[in-house]
Design a protein around this ligand. Structure first.
Ligand code: GLP
Length: 360
């Protein structure tokens, strides 16, 4: 299966000098997102999390920031991407062990809010179906952080996976077994042959997907996923179908990209900085506004006198790209909810058909 994709569909490619700088960028971004969301026990921030060597630095930074008192994870619910089948939960290479070692044990995440697939469940299929249900019940994943394998796989969605896949049992590809054997004393026979993994569609369902890619050995995968079309043999390329993806890479990972691709994505950030704008996610359409705060529908013209808008009116259509706003105008989600009009009101503003604009 291969669908044509375009470069512009991959909205944000952030390039940093090295893995440290790339990881710090993502750490700052996640913290900013959680704070802006202002999570409570009733309305927690739902965070998807990966394992692998790539996110280790991010976890280190997050733990440091937690210890410095900059962020709390008390009202964060986590869902991990995957887990091996058949190795004990307390095996040093299980993804359970990984997560506690690098993140959970060092922060205030509520153990009751941690979700990791159980690779030893008596009914693996039921375990997977239940996981999807739990994600749904939690309100969906707000931000899914991920890494990729050198073959461009996301979670354990190996080359050839369906782009519509959901959480399921997966047989690992030889390339992955080879790559992961470094964690098992370089003994291929010790690497589990199967895993439970969220599907490509599970990842795409997240409101936002943030991917870390570092190192020259991932350069080909990055090139295929950004400059190539959407292709089930490079499952990360499915991100081109997501409205709000962000891929953060180091310079080494860009080695196979065209110079013009690199220059273009660097220019997006630079121009934004020069003009004092930054990229920001559009608000969720279902949580835009507390409608009770608006007594009656207001016309667009009235609105501009009475309501503070943080985005230009022409940008309020359901847009696939992040909204640009002046940095000085950022409001918290709650403030925004009080000051913005329901999208419906804005969409109902009278429009002029193209044909009616032609005079003479
Ligand atoms: C495994 C995990 C992936 C991860 C990949 C890359 O396959 N299932 O989620 O992205 O490893 O790991 P690393 O960052 O060590 O290269």
């Amino acid at each position: 299966m291969s669908v044509s994709g375009t470069l512009t569909a991959c909205r944000r490619l952030i390039i940093r000098d090295d893995p440290h700088a790339a990881s710090k960028y993502i750490t700052d971004y996640i913290i900013e997102r959680i704070k802006a969301f202002n999570p409570t026990p009733e309305r927690p921030f739902v965070l998807g999390l990966p394992t692998g060597s790539s996110p280790v630095l991010i976890y280190e930074h997050l733990v440091q920031r937690y210890k410095a008192g900059d962020i709390s994870f008390r009202n964060v619910v986590t869902f991990n991407m995957d887990e091996y089948v058949g190795i004990p939960r307390d095996h040093p290479e299980s993804y359970h062990s990984f997560m506690y070692k690098h993140f959970f044990s060092h922060t205030d995440v509520n153990p009751g809010n941690i979700n990791i697939l159980n690779g030893n469940a008596p009914d693996l299929e039921a375990e997977c179906q239940n996981y999807e249900k739990k994600i749904q019940q939690a309100g969906g994943i707000e931000l899914f952080l991920g890494g990729i394998g050198p073959d461009g796989h996301i979670a354990f969605n190996e080359p050839g996976s369906s782009l519509k896949s959901r959480t399921r049992v997966k047989t690992l590809a030889y390339d992955t077994i080879l790559a992961n054997s470094r964690f098992f004393g370089n003994n291929l026979d010790q690497v589990p042959r199967m895993a439970l993994t969220v599907g490509v569609q599970t990842v795409l369902d997240a409101r936002e997907v943030v991917i870390i890619i570092t190192g020259a050995h991932k350069a080909m995968a990055l090139q295929r996923c950004i400059e190539g079309g959407v292709n089930h043999m490079w499952t990360l390329s499915s991100l081109q179908l997501h409205p709000h993806p962000m891929i953060v890479v180091d310079e080494d990972a860009t080695l196979e990209l065209q110079v013009k691709t690199v220059k273009y994505f660097k220019s997006i950030e630079r121009v934004g900085e020069e003009l004092g704008f930054r990229q920001k996610l559009p608000r969720k359409r279902d949580s835009l506004v507390d409608e009770s705060t608006l007594a009656s529908p207001v016309s667009h013209a009235q609105a501009s006198n009475t309501v503070k808008l943080t985005v230009p009116p022409f940008d309020l259509s359901p847009s696939a790209s992040p909204v640009l706003e002046p940095m000085s105008a950022r409001l918290s989600d709650q403030q925004e909810a009080k000051t913005l009009l329901p999208i419906q009101v804005l969409e109902d503003a009278p429009t002029t058909r193209m044909s009616a604009r032609v005079t003479g």
